[in-house]
Design a protein around this ligand. Structure first.
Ligand code: 4AD
Ligand code: MG
Length: 463
């Protein structure tokens, strides 16, 4: 536009000296109109801060331009000069201003502060607010950090499928993918005949890329996936989404201890990455979302990650003297209230819980010698609770087959998965990090709906 290269506001604000005739585009955050001079705060999303544009009345279309409302899109040409105002080094002295796209009083983001509930109801506009600008810039930076961490360590990135015939977690939470006519599906002996469906099988959206990831780990040794994951779990909590992103590394020649070590290194790396590369946005979260957030993140990056067994966790919970909503009984899954008590009250920091009872965990986890527990691990962190779930995998053909049968899974339905135990099997392990849980942890945001651009939860899939 204007035949001149656009300067990002981030670049302009970090300039080491003034510059003449630069072009800036952005959206008006606020406009103070005066007879002598007008000021527009322009934001283009490249950084948290807005650039102050000084508009003098000698501009030919002064009147029209200074009536551009909050939310309008402007293109400005001018000189970057030292600002006399405090709190900003540079401002832009406008020489020409064009209204690219106007906005009238009905623009919903007029006020400085809106509730997150309100902003969720205008998910198409909320990226233009301070809070969500910061969240989604951080999300982008951390996505890059995930790849950097694994690529630097020689992990191969695998794109696992989104449509699949297998329910990895076995929890019956798959969304169905079908082209059959819902009014009149083909039937055989009364039951729907899925062999006539598009893929010749009953298929759905993946709940995890792990099983396919394992196949690649037994060829490339160290792999990771990073993709969308879908769960038709009808729970309306602040930590569950029906569509979320998960990072799943899988490492060959590794046991549960190696797995925990990788998870710890990964978490530390991501927290340090955010501290190093996202300080402007983190400052905002620290001031406005969760006081003391930056210190907490620094603490985590320096903290020793503790490890306890599930059995020890049950013991600690039973001895706590607390009244929990869900009973604490060996053999029951840990609930969010239990997890938070452990990480917040007992350890006040990150803690791995390992070796869960086999009946509450998925079929693929390696059976321990006690025959009662499996080599599972969950990483719990304050405020968020479970942020990572993983395990060593069952690499022994017979044991795996028996575990499938015990959990009501037909071994034939996963013959390809069993095949890697048939030929060249090896010990291996992996985990899944919920990307949104990580972002909740890093931003202090309390609702998962506020760290994903367009949240999908029961009853909500607009936009
Ligand atoms: O513990 P989960 O279910 O483990 C798996 O899916 C394994 N296949 C991972 C593996 O070993 N490769 O999920 C892993 C993580 C959880 O710890 C949590 O952070 C996140 O994914 N998660 C969710 N995040 C948002 N909304 C949901 N409904 C989530 N369910 C799990
Ligand atoms: Mg889990």
């Amino acid at each position: 536009m204007n035949g001149q290269k656009r300067t990002a506001i981030k670049q302009a604000l970090s300039a080491s000296s003034g510059r003449e005739n630069i072009s800036i585009n952005g959206w008006v955050r606020s406009l103070r109109r005066g007879k002598e001079v007008s000021f527009a705060a322009l934001n283009d999303g490249s950084c948290f801060a807005s650039l102050q544009v000084v508009i003098n009345p000698d501009l030919p279309d002064y009147d029209e331009v200074t009536r551009a409302g909050t939310g309008a899109c402007l293109a400005v040409q001018g000189d970057l000069v030292e600002s006399p105002a405090s709190g900003q080094r540079w401002e832009l002295l406008a020489k020409a201003v064009t209204i690219v796209g106007g906005a009238d009083d009905s623009y919903p983001l007029q006020k400085k502060r809106h509730s997150f509930e309100f902003l969720r109801s205008i998910a198409h506009l909320r990226p233009r607010s301070n809070s969500f600008g910061a969240v989604f810039r951080l999300r982008s930076a951390l996505s890059y950090a995930v790849h950097t961490f694994f690529q630097q360590r020689g992990f191969v990135h695998v794109h696992t499928p989104i449509i699949t015939a297998n329910d990895c977690e076995g929890a019956g939470e798959m969304f169905r993918v079908t082209t059959l006519d819902p009014e009149a599906p083909p039937r055989q002996n009364g039951a729907i005949d899925w062999s006539q469906d598009f893929f010749g099988d009953r298929t759905g959206l993946t709940v995890s890329g792990q099983l396919q990831g394992e196949l690649f780990a037994t060829a490339f040794s160290d792999i990771y996936t990073f993709g969308p994951t879908f769960r038709a779990e009808n729970s309306n909590t602040s930590r569950h989404a029906s569509e979320f992103w998960m990072i799943e590394p899988e490492i060959a020649f590794a046991d549960l201890t190696d797995n925990c070590q990788l998870a710890e290194d990964f978490m530390r790396y991501l927290v340090n990455y955010a501290l190093e590369h996202c300080h402007e946005d983190l400052d905002f979260f620290d001031q406005r979302i969760e006081k003391g957030l930056i210190d907490k993140l620094k603490d985590l990056a320096a903290a020793e990650f503790k490890t306890i067994s599930y059995t020890e966790a049950i013991d600690l919970l039973q001895k706590s003297g607390r009244e929990f909503e869900f009973p604490v009984v060996w053999g029951n899954d840990l609930q969010s209230e239990h997890e938070r008590y452990l990480t917040e009250q007992v350890f006040n920091g990150p803690v791995f819980v390992v070796d869960y009872p086999k009946q509450i965990k998925a079929f693929y986890m390696r059976l321990n010698d006690d025959q009662k527990t499996v080599a599972a691990m969950d990483l719990l962190v304050p405020r968020v609770g479970e942020i990572i779930g993983g395990s060593q995998r069952e690499e022994r053909f017979d044991v795996l087959q028996a575990r499938m049968k015990a959990q009501g899974i037909e071994p034939e339905s996963l013959d390809w998965y069993l095949d890697i135990r048939r030929w060249g099997s090896c010990p291996h392990a992996g985990f899944g990090l919920g990307f949104e849980r990580l972002l909740m942890y890093l931003t202090g945001m309390e609702n998962i709906r506020d760290v994903i651009p367009f949240p999908r939860t029961p009853g909500h899939a607009r936009y």
